[in-house]
Design a protein around this ligand. Structure first.
Ligand code: IVH
Length: 677
């Protein structure tokens, strides 16, 4: 293919993706793939400027407005941002700006920037005339958008009237509409319950919700909004810095990202990028990078625009969390608790900062719903520390679509465990199927030992997956207790293990003796007992024997332990095999003391309980409070110290708010009992 042909092909591909993304709200390409195609085209066009065509996607910003909504012309175009994918590109950006501004004598030292998250939602424009919201529009192609006024009005974060005595004649606020992760989970659950297809990600859900012809649907979706700039302004003077303008918008009750910062110079930008990356996982909504803008508006004006984007701003993107690759096979893995999980074997692909070769397909229902077949091109996502997953199939890329049915039929879950051939059980009320063989299944044994030895549990250095496989397959190790009976002579009998590494492993196993109870409890692999719960249990009970003799009620009193978790611990502990393993492991963990409690910390404190608590019954909560020296009464008054609320709390809660009392939920109550009880 020569350059002209390649450019032509790229334009067609980008245009098709644009239509899918902007007009049909049904993206077919992950952003990273789109960015790559776009950049390839930009590079080619830079190389062959004579071959740039007027209709090239690089010459405009998006796609045509869809039918259904009337059009809105943006008097100030809504531009896009140039992207940086590496520190080097950010450094080049800062250098470029420093030179331009030094020429204009606007900067001699470091440039001051405003940094903020790059929201992964949809850009909108909201126009206020004399302080009243009169028009809301999507970005569309940047020149013309769609009139979504009625839908934007349903977003509670957007003011309908500006809180000003003398509002400007016109003010256009720009920002991003998005969906919070918890709202996304909720509407997807609702969709599934109705037997409808769920949205693939919050961005998609936000787009689908904003472009509803019936704004009541939009209202039910609970969209969110964050402001990041202004467009048309008439009848007022704006502050002279970006940060000042943002502060002014905040004073007008527009929501802004909490993670905004003003920084100095390129070091400030790069530090911010790292800092925001840490915040990202715990933010309630998705972001895909940071946006840097020159703070001084005078400097912004000097820098101006290039065809598609302002020169004074740039988006610094995190590594793509979604990528395209091909499914080479579908395996079934058996986990620690015997659950069979279909796993897609993939052509290796770099996503979310690592090379991914496997991605979970969760369960048979998921595979069926997504209709994943060997040979398919799929979107793979890896976000943070989350296990990589297959998001969906690009059906239009399915090779020989009609033939495939015959060559690569739909996936079916095996009825026998692929490891031990025992029959497979489907648990009532769960989608998961399990191998019925318990710890007699070598796969489950291996996983149990892997879990036991991992760094966050007993931390046995050097006991890797391959070695565990060998130990279990040779029957030298069946349970974690067997590890502590190994010796060098036995280990060297295994393939590829020399004297030295055998000695090291024995030393590492010995070094794991004496780990605290919390790690040991986690290492046992009790269902629902994660690291935090194990810590809380160890703090509360001090010794394993105290836990072994505890009732379900006593366990439920621990922070983070509800009745489901307590029942799961009890089930584990009464199982004879588990008890035998624990007995054989005596001496391996170290008990502590129950966490010191200040006697009678809640003495004479008056509590009122209202509503249904998630885990504790009224009686349980009452006896716990009383055991800690507190008192429980029936009605809220000035004498009440704490009101504990559960689901469907009624007038007692409003009374508590009226009187300004401290309101606790079950979790906070337990914590309080834990700390002072
Ligand atoms: S400023 C003239 N700030 O990114 C500058 N945009 O690639 C225009 N976006 O369409 C935008 N977060 O949807 C700006 N903090 C932020 C942003 C942001 C997300 C989006 C916006 C825009 C796209 C440009």
């Amino acid at each position: 293919m020569n350059a002209t042909e390649r450019m032509c092909a790229l334009r067609a591909q980008i245009e098709a993706a644009n239509t899918q993304y902007y007009v049909l709200d049904a993206p077919t390409l992950p952003d990273a793939e789109y960015d790559r195609l776009f950049r390839e085209l930009q590079t080619l066009e830079a190389e062959y400027p004579d071959l740039v065509t007027a209709d090239s996607p690089t010459q405009r910003v998006g796609a045509k407005a869809a039918r259904g909504f009337s059009s809105v012309i943006h008097r100030v175009p809504m531009l896009s941002l140039a992207n940086a994918f590496s520190n080097a590109e950010v450094i080049a950006f800062d250098r470029r700006l420093s030179e331009a501004l030094a020429g204009a004598r606007l900067a001699d030292a470091e440039i001051e920037y405003v940094c903020e998250p790059k929201f992964d939602g949809l850009a909108v424009s909201i126009l206020y005339r004399n302080g009243l919201l009169v028009q809301g529009a999507t970005r569309g192609d940047g020149e013309t958008g769609e009139d979504v006024t009625e839908n934007l009005r349903t977003i509670r974060a957007i003011p309908l009237r500006l809180p000003l005595d003398n509002p400007p004649a016109e003010l256009e606020v720009r920002g991003e509409v998005l969906m919070m992760r918890h709202d996304f989970e909720r509407i997807n659950q609702e969709a599934l319950a109705r037997g409808e297809k769920p949205f693939v990600n919050p961005r998609n859900a936000a787009a689908g919700s904003l472009r509803q012809l019936d704004s009541r649907v939009t209202a039910a979706r609970r969209l969110s909004f964050f402001a990041y700039g202004v467009g048309v302004v008439q009848g007022t003077d704006l502050p002279e810095t970006q940060a000042g303008q943002m502060a002014w918008l905040a004073s007008l009750h527009f929501p802004l990202a909490h993670e905004r910062r003003v920084v100095q110079g390129v070091d400030g930008l790069l530090d911010y990028f790292v800092w925001l990356g840490v915040q990202r996982a715990s933010m309630p909504y998705d972001i895909d990078g940071a946006v840097y803008k020159v703070n001084a508006i005078a400097a912004q004006t000097v820098l101006g625009f290039v065809s598609r984007a302002p020169r004074f701003a740039i988006a610094h993107k995190y590594p793509a969390q979604e990528e395209l690759t091909v499914v080479e096979g579908i395996d079934v893995q058996v986990g620690r608790t015997g659950v069979l999980t279909p796993v897609a074997r993939l052509k290796p692909v770099f996503v979310g900062g690592v090379t991914v070769t496997n991605a979970t397909l969760h369960n048979a229902d998921e595979v069926a719903k997504k209709d994943v077949r060997v040979g398919d091109t799929v979107i793979v996502r890896r976000a943070g520390d989350v296990i990589p997953e297959v998001v969906g199939v690009l059906l239009e890329r399915r090779p020989m679509r009609d033939l495939l049915e015959a060559i690569s039929p739909a996936f079916v879950m095996p009825t026998q465990c692929p490891v031990c051939a025992a029959s497979v059980l489907r648990i009532e009320g769960e989608v998961a199927v399990r191998c019925s063989n318990g710890l007699a299944c070598p796969a489950q044994r291996k996983q149990a030992i892997r879990h036991f030895a991992q760094r966050r549990a007993m931390d046995i250095e050097g006991l890797g997956d391959k070695l565990i496989d060998q130990l279990v397959e040779s029957a030298y190790v069946g349970t974690p207790a067997d590890l502590y009976r190994l010796d060098v002579a036995t280990l060297v009998r295994l393939d590829r293990i020399g004297e030295k590494s055998a000695e090291n492993l024995i030393a590492a196993i010995a070094a794991s003796r004496g780990r605290p109870l919390s790690r040991f409890l986690f290492a046992l692999g009790i269902r629902h007992v994660g690291e935090e719960t194990a810590k809380a249990l160890a703090r509360h009970f001090g010794s394993l024997d105290a836990l072994l003799t505890a009732s379900i009620e006593q366990m439920s009193a621990v922070v983070d332990v509800g009745s489901v978790v307590a029942a799961s611990i009890a089930v584990f502990m009464v199982e004879p095999h588990n008890r035998a393993v624990i007995e054989a492991l005596r001496g391996v963990w170290t008990d502590g003391e129950p966490q010191a409690r200040k006697a009678g910390g809640l003495a004479r404190k008056v509590f009122v309980l209202t509503g249904t608590l998630p885990n504790l019954s009224r009686e349980e909560a009452k006896s716990l409070i009383e055991a800690a020296g507190g008192k429980v009464t029936g009605s809220v008054s000035k004498k009440t110290d704490f009101v504990v609320v559960g689901a469907e709390a009624g007038s007692k809660l409003s009374k508590a708010h009226e009187l300004g009392l401290t309101v606790l939920d079950e979790h906070e109550l337990k914590r309080m009992l834990e700390e002072t009880g």
